[in-house]
Design a protein around this ligand. Structure first.
Ligand code: GAL
Length: 664
């Protein structure tokens, strides 16, 4: 198997004369995989029940003749206009009851039996027709489930929500108990009284909201499962995937990853964002972790600019290659793009492609061609693994809950996780992500940032990990609520209070930073802390009245009403240790704290002294060295660079340069 290289191919946007040139250019660039038909429903079935596959036969045959494998899409992502004309109930509704009409894409209610029936028929036809096609390599179900319509509030969804609740709870009394409807006269006497959380006068029931988030993610997953069942029956040996979107809030990818044969992901970091390489790395680490470290495929990225930001920066020369190698270094076995040929009409005509508007005499095409050719020498990477000794706990329930209204403060869950990740990245440490009940034993250090929702199994998992010899770091707003968003029995932190040797008495949040900014460069309110090993530093986002019971106080708040109250603690528990952090320490303090803990745990980065802008990741027998900076940098790592064949004691990297050193 080669490293996959290619992208979304939409020949139905082009006259047939272009198709031969497409295949010739694909061969020039060493494209070996094309994702075909993602948005072709209206072309395949232009009227109800009238199917035209002749054009698609030609496309697949041409690709096959040209040696390009096919990732065949099920085309269900964008229903044709006739469907909602004949069956208007398939159109989704927003929280305010506004219908979403045809004219763009994804205008379907995920719970609609009509949508599901027509989608199933289409998938059945596609699998019958192409199940034996020699070009078929994999199935690509739908496209980015939920990217535009993740929650639908229509009557069809309301009925499906009730059914889901009945299955989950069994009785209306159980719903009342779980949702705490004794509050504000919300008690239900029958399921028919329950609606999705449509616009309402004040704060919605938190647990109704959370259950609706869970339900909505499940409904999308049911759409996927229904298509998968048809494909699996027709072609048991063809792998099936659907493209994820990294840290995408509406879909709990821990659940989804169990359902795909391999994880594939779409990723569009902003070239204008200095933090993009770090956020990129964090996303790759999540995506790799979703299926226990199994190699994954980057299903979509841009060759250069996208068209959906307010201002769309092109990628710098070489940046497409460095960001692609970041994916491969962190576990990808393929790098694909949206899309092959840049459109000349429609809403994405200003989105870059592999073949730009201006043709092949362009720097984008030259970069595509040379990168595609380079990838043909990388077969040895396929299937190899990345191993991490540090894990961050990541939890969709906590993400949904923490960002609800009526909380102690507006906290961005992703920003909080990112800040801890960023410090580990800067220290040169590769991270796995784990769900709260995931296996932790293989990790020397585990960080649980703002794990607000912590059912018994999660609390027990973390407590057992620490007492069994692990090193656990827990931050503020963790283990506050159970799975129904009820304050934990025994108070904040539940059983983790003993693990950590602290009691949280009362919250004192600081004002929120700019929640949109990943880099959080805007000045934000801070609080002073100091400790003997950490010195003086600042905390942002949070403070609280924390009492140490058995823990040692490593830093305390200074000044103001919290003067003298503990801010960072450590506690011995069984044969391990637990740290509690009651604020978001500044970068320097996070770095000092983590450096100490990593040293104690025996975790060392590949590069003893990490260099800013240089990313070093070991995958299998290879060490990837990536220069994200605009400077030429000399890196004290030697070996044979498999890209150049040169063996040296150290590695000099030009701006945006990459070396892949063989250790064997
Ligand atoms: C993705 C989508 C593609 C294309 C791309 C543009 O979200 O799957 O179809 O729209 O964005 O960046």
């Amino acid at each position: 198997m080669p490293v996959w290289f290619g992208g979304d191919y939409n020949p139905d946007q082009w006259p047939e004369e272009v198709w031969d040139e497409d295949v010739t250019l694909m061969q020039r660039a060493n494209v070996n995989l094309a994702t075909v038909g993602v948005f072709s429903w209206a072309r395949i079935e232009s009227r109800e029940g009238e199917f035209d596959f002749a054009w698609l036969d030609v496309v697949l045959d041409k690709l096959h003749a040209g040696g390009v494998r096919v990732d065949l899409a099920t085309a269900t992502a964008s229903p044709p206009p006739w469907l909602s004309q004949a069956y208007p109930e398939v159109l989704p509704k927003t929280q305010d009851g506004v219908r979403l009409w045809p004219g763009s894409r994804q205008q379907y209610c995920p719970s609609s039996p009509v949508y599901r029936r027509f989608a199933a028929r289409l998938v059945g036809k596609l699998s019958e027709r192409y199940g034996d096609h020699p070009a078929l390599e994999m199935w690509h179900i739908n496209n980015e489930y939920g990217c535009h319509v993740s929650h639908c509030y229509c009557d069809v969804s309301a009925a499906a929500f009730r059914t889901w609740l009945e299955t989950k709870y069994g009785s209306i009394d159980a719903v009342n108990a779980a949702w705490g409807t004794a509050f504000w006269s919300q008690r239900y006497s029958e399921f028919a009284e329950i609606y999705p959380p449509r616009s309402m006068p004040s704060f919605p029931s938190p647990t109704q909201l959370l259950d609706f988030d869970r339900f909505s993610a499940q409904e999308l997953l049911e759409c996927y499962r229904a298509e998968r069942a048809i494909l699996r029956a027709a072609t048991p040996d063809i792998p099936i995937t659907t493209n994820f979107m990294g840290f995408f809030k509406p879909t709990n990818y821990w659940e989804w990853a169990k359902e795909v044969d391999f994880v594939s992901d779409d990723s569009y970091p902003d070239p204008a964002d200095p933090a993009a390489p770090v956020f990129g790395a964090m996303t790759r680490d999540l995506v790799r972790s979703l299926k226990g470290g199994q190699p994954w495929v980057l299903m979509e990225q841009a060759t250069s600019a996208v068209n959906w930001r307010a201002r769309n920066a092109p990628k710098l020369p070489g940046q497409m290659r460095t960001w692609s190698y970041q994916c491969i270094a962190r576990g990808a076995d393929g790098v694909l793009y949206f899309q092959w040929r840049q459109s000349v009409s429609g809403a994405e005509k200003f989105h870059s492609g592999l073949v730009p508007h201006m043709g092949t005499d362009t720097r984008v095409w030259r970069e595509v061609e040379s990168f595609g050719t380079e990838l043909t020498t990388l077969d040895q990477v396929i299937g190899s693994r990345v191993s991490a000794h540090v894990a961050i706990v990541f939890d969709w329930d906590s993400w949904w809950a923490v960002e609800q209204a009526a909380m102690p403060a507006q906290i961005s869950y992703l920003h909080t996780v990112f800040e801890w990740y960023r410090t580990l990245y800067d220290l040169g440490v590769v991270v796995d992500f784990v769900p709260p009940t995931g296996a932790l034993d293989q990790y020397a250090v585990v960080v649980a940032p703002t794990l607000q929702v912590a059912p018994d199994e999660a609390v027990t998992n973390l407590a057992d990990y620490a007492s069994g010899g692990g090193r656990l770091i827990v931050t503020y707003q963790s283990a506050i609520l159970d799975e129904n968003l009820r304050v934990l029995d025994g108070g904040y932190l539940g059983r983790l209070a003993d693990t950590l040797g602290v009691r949280v008495e009362e919250f004192a949040p600081l004002a929120a930073p700019d929640l949109a900014a990943m880099g959080a460069t805007a000045p934000v309110p801070s609080i002073q802390l100091s400790g003997s090993t950490l010195g003086a530093f600042e905390g942002t986002e949070w403070s609280e009245y924390l009492r140490a019971t058995t823990a040692e106080v490593l830093a305390a708040f200074i000044g103001g009403p919290l003067d003298g109250w503990p801010g960072i603690t450590s506690n011995t528990t069984g044969s391990g240790k637990g740290w509690y952090v009651a604020t978001l320490p500044d970068a320097g303090a996070r770095s000092s704290l983590l450096t100490g803990i990593l040293a104690e745990a025996g975790v060392a980065p590949v590069l003893a002294h990490p260099i800013p802008g240089i990313e070093v990741v070991e995958r299998g027998e290879l060490t990837f060295v990536i220069n994200h900076s605009g400077e030429t940098v000399s890196v004290p790592l030697g070996g044979r660079d498999i890209l150049t064949g040169v063996t040296a004691d150290s590695t000099s990297l030009e701006p945006k340069g990459v070396a892949i050193l063989s250790r064997s």
